[in-house]
Design a binder for this molecule. Structure first.
Ligand code: HGY
Ligand code: MN
Ligand code: MN
Ligand code: MN
Length: 415
């Protein structure tokens, strides 16, 4: 039967939306978000769903030793490398319905559309659900795609501990999703990732599609400021060696560093822990995380150097010391021009206005870009909000992005 022309291939936006809303119940929170931390039982449930859905479309499922799941739909020529789509199904503890989910479920909708139409691609088509993109439970972020790209070793990934002391390897085995495929052995001809923008630009400019040309650099640190704990009632202010006071001064100075590197510099302190955490003991130690970002590697390096200085100086002012350990350095990424052009051409063909963008958030595409031609498609989200249970998008916006994904894939396949 002759393959229908691409013109007949239109994704089913209602089916896409229903899949997004139905699967959001797995780990769903009362405020309408999702709490589906990587390698928890909720993650196992959504992985089971993903596997069943893909197998029902005739795909074979390949699971690697870090739990990355790749569904492959055969094409006419099995000797060609698959063209891949993908993203992640794990979420932040207060995540939304679209971050990561849209990329995987949009890709599944593309597979369903191809299957229903009996459309045979030249290349096999792959759909990937990456392990631990969020880096919230097991840091850093994008661990699964990082192992796939050769940035992290299997041993390093297996040994990462969560705040309860459980290792990533133990959690992966506990949900039964450690496969046998060697990470990286499944090579792709190209990789396209659909994602909500997670920022305000597309919505502000009333644009349906962002053509993503790269991802900004990001560097993560664990910091400990150690001073001296003492009695809250008997230590006069001048005598204190207050780690919390040192932290507070450092936090304001770190924020200023980002402001000094406007408009792109970003500094975030996401986790803070005072020790020994007693109401009437002046904290002797403050542990906190620092997330620095900038699209330019040299500016990011400058921000890092300044950050180390302000942290040490703040600790000294309170007769303490600081230990800063950088545990993740993800340099800025530039996506493949050919893939970016395929996204742009697809949107143009559909009459969807676009703008070029660089992603502020990290994505698995930042790692696939190291090993295969890669690009991303952004769609707007309400108020640019993400990593928040109120994250939202619309059926039309999700459908636009998914149709662009389908068109870009088919165009790339036909090259
Ligand atoms: O941190 C990030 O940008 C991503 O959501 N993991
Ligand atoms: Mn994401
Ligand atoms: Mn995220
Ligand atoms: Mn992300």
């Amino acid at each position: 039967m002759p393959s229908p022309t691409i013109g007949n291939l239109t994704i089913d936006s209602r089916r896409l939306w229903d899949m997004l809303m139905d699967t959001a119940k797995i780990g769903g929170t009362p405020k309408g978000g999702i709490k589906r931390l990587t390698l928890t039982d909720e993650d196992r449930q959504i992985r089971d769903w993903f596997k069943t859905e893909c197998e029902a479309l005739g795909c074979t499922i390949h699971i690697d030793t870090v739990g990355n799941m790749t569904a492959i739909r055969p094409g006419k020529d099995a000797s060609l490398k698959p063209i891949a789509m993908g993203s992640h199904l794990d979420t932040q503890p207060t995540g939304g319905k679209f971050d990561g989910c849209l990329g995987v479920i949009g890709g599944l909708e593309v597979l369903k559309t191809l299957h229903q139409a009996g459309y045979e691609t030249n290349h096999p088509i792959a759909l990937v659900n990456w392990t631990d993109e969020e880096g919230s439970r097991f840091s850093p972020a994008m661990v699964g795609s990082g192992v796939y790209a050769g940035t992290f070793t299997q041993a390093h990934a297996d040994a990462i501990k969560d705040r309860d002391g459980v290792t990533l390897g133990e959690a992966l085995d506990a949900i039964g999703y450690r496969g046998k495929v060697a990470p990286g052995s499944l090579e792709f001809a190209a990789y396209f990732e659909l994602h909500i923008e997670q920022g305000p630009i597309l919505e502000e400019e009333k644009l349906p599609i962002g053509v993503v040309k790269g991802v900004q650099g990001m560097r993560w640190f664990n910091v400990s400021i150690t001073c001296r704990e003492s009695h809250a009632g008997t230590t006069p202010m001048p005598y204190r060696r207050d780690a919390l006071a040192a932290f507070a001064e450092a936090a304001v100075a770190l924020r200023q560093i980002a402001l000094d590197h406007a408009p792109y510099g970003l500094a975030t302190i996401g986790i803070v822990e005072a020790k020994p955490a007693s109401i009437n003991i002046i904290p002797g130690q403050i542990d906190f995380t620092l997330d620095l970002r900038h699209p330019d590697a040299s500016q990011l390096q400058t921000m890092k150097v300044k950050a180390l200085t302000v942290i040490e100086k703040a600790a000294e002012r309170h007769h303490g010391t600081a230990v800063v350990s950088e545990f993740w350095d993800s340099p800025p990424v530039v996506f493949d021009a050919g893939c970016v052009a395929a996204v742009k051409a697809a949107a143009d063909k559909l009459g969807l206005p676009t703008r070029d963008m660089v992603s502020g958030a990290g994505h698995d595409a930042a790692y696939t870009a190291r090993v295969c031609p890669t690009a991303m498609i952004f769609v707007p989200c309400k108020d640019g909000l993400s990593h928040n249970e109120e994250e939202s998008s619309t059926q039309d916006e999700c459908a636009n992005g998914t149709q662009v994904l389908l068109e870009a894939l088919i165009a790339y396949d036909a090259r």
